[in-house]
Design a binder for this molecule. Sequence first.
Ligand SMILES: NC(=O)C1=CN([C@@H]2O[C@H](COP(=O)(O)OP(=O)(O)OC[C@H]3O[C@@H](n4cnc5c(N)ncnc54)[C@H](OP(=O)(O)O)[C@@H]3O)[C@@H](O)[C@H]2O)C=CC1
Ligand SMILES: N[C@@H](CCO)C(=O)O
Length: 453
Amino acid sequence: MKEKTMPLYAPPKRSAESSPLRLGIVGLGTVGVGVLRLLEKNAAVIAARAGCALKVVAVSSRDRHRNRGVDLSGYRWYEQPEALVDDPEVDVVIELIGGAEGAARSVVKKALQAVKPVVTANKALIAVHGVELADIAQKNSVPLMFEAAVAGGIPVIKAIREGLAADHLYWVGGILNGTCNYILSTMRKTGRDFAEILKEAQALGYAEADPSTDIDGIDTAHKLCILAALSFGMPVDFSSIYIEGIRHIGADDLHFAEKMGYRLKLLGISCLTRNGELEARVHPCLVAGGHPLGYVDGVFNAIVAKGDFIGQLTLEGPGAGAGPTATAVVADLIDVARGSTVPVWGAYHSGGSPIRSVSRDMFEGPYYIRVDVNDRPGVVADITACLRDCGVSLKSMLQEEERYETEGTFKNVPLVFITHSTLEASVMRAISLISALPQVVGQPVMIRMIGHT
Ligand SMILES: NC(=O)C1=CN([C@@H]2O[C@H](COP(=O)(O)OP(=O)(O)OC[C@H]3O[C@@H](n4cnc5c(N)ncnc54)[C@H](OP(=O)(O)O)[C@@H]3O)[C@@H](O)[C@H]2O)C=CC1
Ligand SMILES: N[C@@H](CCO)C(=O)O
């Protein structure tokens, strides 16, 4: 057995048992203000569970004069978030700025180097610089906590790192971005426009400062990177994760998916392959009816974990927004106050390079392929010949009544094919042959699928 490399963490020193744990918050946006409100409203229950009061003493944000709807007069204000770390009365630093670089990174690094516990909701930072930060935290025996970084209010990090600590997990993934799930499920239910629904998600405080981070799948990949690291006990190289967002998803594909008994979700999926390699990917995915992820709608997130002894476990709840995210941040603060901590990646190990995901050629599963064609005799035979030549087996096919404009005497119609489980490399080859057929209009659309379990 490997020697444990991380000494036990001692709770931050307070002047007396009864004295409060003193907090400094950098970033007073959706989550920062949510944390202030929660700490104030639930102060008594939080103190009872933490063993001491949690008291905010200092804050920092960009604009001192912005009305945030909360009274900040009782806190010391820092123009520079790094200066807050130097405040000797700040026991714990709470980073709620966001972003993998800039002030968020320098504040967290500085706090850990100063042996001040850090609580953050910043998945970008942990996914991209987690290895470096975890090394500092472990070297200094200081907690680096990030429950809020994955799936907002769902305590998934605690569940995986502590609740499932005894099991060998081999699959973990799910719906990890509230904004995308809100957009896709609202589009499906209302038929409304993508851009309009995105604006709504922004107004509700779900979206990242730059919402392309959400809709291009990057936020999901950040969270997946953290989940995979915790599930498989070692850091994951973020740059190796395959990422595809939801910009290209149109009403047609939502319609066909529904008609064929599937729901379209943006999923983050990570698993160990038959060869024991890591597979980590983010992409829109058709989920079969009856699958636990199929009916998770709106801003809700859900995570499925599979392990040798647990079997399959699903956690579902609000994945974004001020209230849910604040509960995760404050739960971490309570752990810090109690002096309880766990190794950052869930296992005591001596470090090592982050593991990389296999490439997309190796992905395996069923696929949905939509091809818009000029409806001439033999077109289906030509397409299925391409699939046959690439070793791709068909499970089902759908052709609706023609709905497209006429072109000459033949109409353009969408054909939808669902394949049996197959290698992505074969599907990509087949699609490139299909797109070269003269009857094919535009580019075929390919969407990955997962089955019932
Ligand atoms: N919103 C959500 O539902 C969730 C968010 N998160 C994560 O929580 C973190 C915060 O997100 P959220 O509250 O939504 O973000 P917001 O954009 O609402 O707030 C960010 C805050 O950081 C402040 N800020 C930005 N740059 C600096 C800087 N250089 N120095 C000091 N303060 C700065 C801003 O200041 P000012 O207000 O003065 O402009 C603002 O108050 C992010 O890491 C995000 O990914 C995690 C889970 C859910
Ligand atoms: N922008 C993120 C916030 C929660 O991490 C989301 O929509 O899920």
